[in-house]
Design a protein around this ligand. Structure first.
Ligand SMILES: [Zn+2]
Length: 409
């Protein structure tokens, strides 16, 4: 493979300030040089040079997605169902899908990622057939085998299924205990222990809705009906834990630097302090929370307090597209509404370095020796962070994954 210089009016390396008239030299799947265009080109005679317009960034990191809920589930994002009914409908809909349907669905999601500059994803997989899709396309990140709807009686069978998912060849695996309301407390704890035993990362949904907060605190509300309807024997039913979802998750060992959680909407200052103390990254899913009426995460507080955050889209069952820059714009709008000025740079950090921290991997930054995962957005460049967030959605003109140009427009 010949060396390629990718040059752009602005390069955001995320390891230093924006680089004007910058360039990145790529050989095979690695970045080997970064600097001003004329210097990089001068040091690499014979390299092919691609001059892009706009802003060049590290490949974006989607810190929470379910690729398997792809285009066939898109009508659910427009259904306006209340959360508990939405989740029931999603569960019902799963029954009609064949193995091939799941793979096609996940592929549809994955192509949306590549077309919008995303090169790494935390992919939560409940059904088996789609688990290999992200890896087969070269997407970086972790596929989390998810368990939901399991109590002590269902645990032996569920564990067998989980082992199959964890054993499937492909990219790195993690474990996703779905939530504190779809698993018994005992099973949630078993999954946490299993992840630590195997040295794999954890990724639960946490503090997403007020229904969840009520269930964890007192064992009542919409999820108590849900649990009763499905006949699960969950320890929290009618009793609760007496504490918040974040604190209860911590009591079960479910927070730590090897964990990142999705949503983190209903959290108070003490919850956020605990998440920070445990170095647990929160994947914000602003648009999904709005579609599902889950509420608004305290984005301004997270950012002002220096909490580790990343950005996730969630799935096409709860968002109109998987474009992380559309997600970033919604997240910035929310932060500004909550009183934070100029959140753009912090949100771009969340899209890159935050996602890398969530996955525990060296991603989301451009440096010599690092992977050549990058994206180019045809946007104005006067204020690169702001321009990227304001105008970047739908404007990805190139995605380079492991040195290969996998999307070009
Ligand atoms: Zn989710």
């Amino acid at each position: 493979m010949t060396a390629t210089v990718h040059a752009a009016p602005v390069v955001l390396t995320m390891t230093g300030p924006p680089l004007r008239d910058g360039a990145v030299l790529v050989e095979h799947d690695r970045v080997v040089d970064i600097g001003r265009r004329e210097d990089v080109v001068g040091r690499a005679p014979g390299a092919r040079v691609r001059d892009w317009r706009g802003v060049l960034t590290p490949g974006l990191v989607n810190a929470h997605a379910h690729l398997e809920y792809g285009p066939p589930f898109a009508d659910l994002a427009r259904s306006d169902l209340p959360f508990a009914q939405w989740i029931a409908e999603l569960t019902r809909r799963r029954k009609g899908m064949t193995d091939v349907d799941w793979q096609v669905s996940a592929r549809g999601s994955a192509h949306q990622l590549l077309k919008s500059g995303t090169t790494a994803v935390a992919d939560v997989v409940t059904r088996g057939p789609a688990i290999a899709v992200a890896g087969s396309l070269g997407l970086q990140g972790i596929s989390y085998a998810e368990l939901a709807g399991v109590d002590a009686r269902g645990w032996p069978l569920a564990l067998e299924r989980l082992e199959v998912l964890l054993g499937t060849l492909g990219r790195e695996r993690g474990i996703s205990p779905h939530t504190l309301y779809t698993l018994s407390t005992g099973v949630f704890g078993q999954l946490v222990d299993l992840a630590r035993e195997r040295g794999v990362r954890l990724h639960p949904h946490l503090a997403e809705t007020t229904d969840e907060a009520e269930w964890v605190l007192s064992g009542t509300g919409a999820f108590a009906h849900f649990v009763e309807r499905f006949g699960f024997e969950f320890e929290l039913a009618g009793r609760g834990s007496g504490v918040s979802a974040v604190r209860h998750c911590d009591e079960l060992g479910g927070l730590g630097p090897d964990v990142h959680v999705a949503h983190g909407v209903h959290v108070d200052a003490a919850d956020r302090a605990l998440l920070r103390e445990r170095q647990t990254v929160v994947a914000l899913c602003t648009r999904s929370n709005a579609v599902l009426h889950a509420g608004e995460a305290p984005v301004a507080d997270y950012l002002a307090e220096g909490s580790p955050v990343a950005i996730g889209t969630d799935s096409l069952a709860s968002v109109p597209d998987l474009d992380l820059l559309a997600e970033a714009r919604a997240t910035c709008d929310l932060a500004r509404k909550q009183g934070l000025d100029d959140p753009e740079e912090a949100v771009v950090r969340a899209l890159t370095l935050g996602g890398a921290q969530a996955l525990g991997r060296d991603l989301g930054r451009l440096h010599p020796g690092g992977r050549a995962d990058l994206a180019v957005f045809d946007v104005p460049t006067a204020e690169p962070y702001r321009d990227l967030v304001e105008h970047g959605a739908g404007r990805c003109v190139a995605t380079v994954l492991g040195g290969r140009l996998v999307h070009r427009r």
